[in-house]
Ligand binder design. Structure first.
Ligand SMILES: C[C@@](CO)(OP(=O)(O)O)[C@H](O)COP(=O)(O)OP(=O)(O)OC[C@H]1O[C@@H](n2ccc(N)nc2=O)[C@H](O)[C@@H]1O
Ligand SMILES: Nc1ncnc2c1ncn2[C@@H]1O[C@H](COP(=O)(O)OP(=O)(O)O)[C@@H](O)[C@H]1O
Length: 309
C-alpha cells in the first residue's frame, strides 16, 4: 500500500479530577474520556524523509515541522521498529486547535495507526499504546476511542461500559488555551485558596449514568477540576457556560483545559434546538453538534500508486 487514510475523533472529558502536583511536573488524574463525532483525517503516503502538511480548520496554528505531534508519532514508531522509514502526512483538521479536545493527540494516534499499516509493521495495540504514552498523556486514549477512565497522567486506561448514544453541543472559542498554563493556573488557585487536594476518584454515579445511558443523570455528574482555571484565564467562558444552563442543557462544562465548552442534550432534536439557541445568544465563535461515544482511529481509505509495490 502506498497511502493509508485514517479518520480519528476528538474527545470531551466527562470527569476530570486533578490530584496533587507530582515531582515530574504532571498531576495524577481520574480522567473520564469520551470520544465524540468531530473528526480529523490523516493520510500517510510512502516517501523518503518525513514531512507534514496541515489543511482545514485553523491549519495556520498547527506546526508543519518536527514539532507536529503526528510527525513525532511517525518518528517514534520508526524508532520502535528500528528502521529509517519515510512518510508524508497530510492532516485535514476539523477538531478545534488548542481547544481542549485533544486534536494533536488524535492526529498522533491516527499517524501511528496509518504508519503501522503503511510500513507493514503489524504492531499490536499494546505496543502502539506504549509509544503513545511517551508522546503525550492523551494519546493512548486517542488510540482507543469510545469511553474510558484514564488514571496516572491519564495514560493508564480502563474502558467504560456505555449504553446508547449521548448528544452534545460544543461552543468553539476564538483562540486556544495552553494545557500547561491551565494546569499551572489550577495549582496557583489551589495554593491561593489553601484548598486541600484530594486523591482523585472516579464518580460512581457518573459511571452508573453512563452504563444506564441516562443523559439527565450524566448531566448532573459532569465535573472538571480545570474549569475554574480555564474560566480565570478566559473570563468570557463563564457567560458561555451560563447560556448553556439558561437554554436547557442537561449539563455544561469546559472540555479538558478548554476553551471549548460542552453541553449535554437529551436527544438529537434537543441538541439541534440547544445549538440554535446558543447561536442566537452569540456566546461563541461557532456552535456545533456531535454525538458520542464513537470508535477510535478508523482506516477509511487505502490506495496503491500505479506501477509500484
Ligand atoms: C487536560 C487534558 C485532559 O484530557 O487534555 P486537553 O484538554 O488539554 O486536551 C490532558 O490532561 C492533557 O493531556 P496532554 O495534552 O496529552 O498533555 P501532555 O502533553 O502530556 O502534557 C502537557 C502539560 O500538561 C500538564 N499535565 C498534563 C497531564 C497531567 N496528568 N498533568 C499535567 O500537569 C503538564 O504541565 C504537561 O507539561
Ligand atoms: N497535529 C497537531 N494538531 C493540533 N495541534 C498540534 C499538532 N501538533 C502540534 N500541535 C500543537 O499542540 C498544541 C495543542 O493542540 P491541541 O492538541 O489541538 O489542543 P489541546 O491540547 O487543547 O487538546 C497547539 O498549540 C498546536 O500548535
Amino acid at each position: 500500500m502506498n497511502s493509508v487514510t485514517v479518520r480519528v475523533p476528538a474527545k470531551v472529558n466527562l470527569q476530570l479530577a486533578v490530584g496533587p502536583l507530582r515531582d515530574d511536573g504532571y498531576h495524577d488524574l481520574v480522567n473520564v474520556f469520551h470520544a465524540v463525532s468531530i473528526f480529523d483525517e490523516v493520510t500517510a503516503t510512502a516517501e523518503t524523509g518525513m514531512s507534514v502538511r496541515v489543511e482545514g480548520e485553523s491549519a495556520d496554528q498547527v506546526p508543519e515541522n518536527g514539532d507536529n505531534l503526528a510527525i513525532r508519532a511517525a518518528l517514534a514508531l520508526a524508532r520502535h521498529a528500528g528502521r529509517s522509514y519515510g512518510v508524508n502526512l497530510v492532516i485535514r483538521k476539523s477538531i478545534p486547535v488548542a481547544g481542549g479536545m485533544a486534536g494533536g493527540s488524535a492526529d498522533a494516534a491516527a499517524a501511528l495507526v496509518a504508519c503501522n499499516e503503511l510500513w507493514g509493521l503489524g504492531l499490536p495495540l499494546d505496543d502502539l499504546l506504549e509509544i503513545a504514552a511517551d508522546l503525550g498523556s492523551d494519546v493512548p486514549f486517542a488510540l482507543l476511542g469510545g469511553t474510558a477512565v484514564g488514571t496516572g497522567r491519564g495514560e493508564r486506561l480502563t474502558p467504560v461500559e456505555v449504553s446508547g448514544t449521548f448528544h452534545w453541543v460544543f461552543a468553539l472559542a476564538d483562540g486556544g488555551l495552553s494545557t500547561a498554563t491551565v494546569y499551572a493556573e489550577c495549582d496557583r488557585l489551589r495554593e491561593a485558596t489553601g484548598e486541600q487536594v484530594a486523591w482523585p476518584r472516579a464518580g460512581e454515579s457518573l459511571l452508573t449514568a453512563l452504563r444506564d445511558g441516562d443523559a439527565k443523570a450524566l448531566g448532573g455528574e459532569l465535573a472538571n477540576d480545570l474549569q475554574p482555571a480555564a474560566v480565570m484565564l478566559r473570563r468570557s467562558l463563564a457567560r458561555t457556560l451560563d447560556a448553556g444552563r439558561e437554554h436547557g442543557a442537561l449539563g455544561s462544562l469546559v472540555s479538558g483545559s478548554g476553551p471549548t465548552c460542552a453541553f449535554l442534550a437529551g436527544s438529537e432534536a434537543h441538541a439541534a434546538e440547544l445549538a440554535a439557541s446558543l447561536r442566537g445568544a452569540g456566546v461563541a465563535r461557532e456552535i456545533i453538534t456531535a454525538y458520542g461515544p464513537v470508535p477510535g482511529p478508523t482506516v477509511v481509505q487505502r490506495a496503491r500508486r500505479e506501477g509500484t509495490g
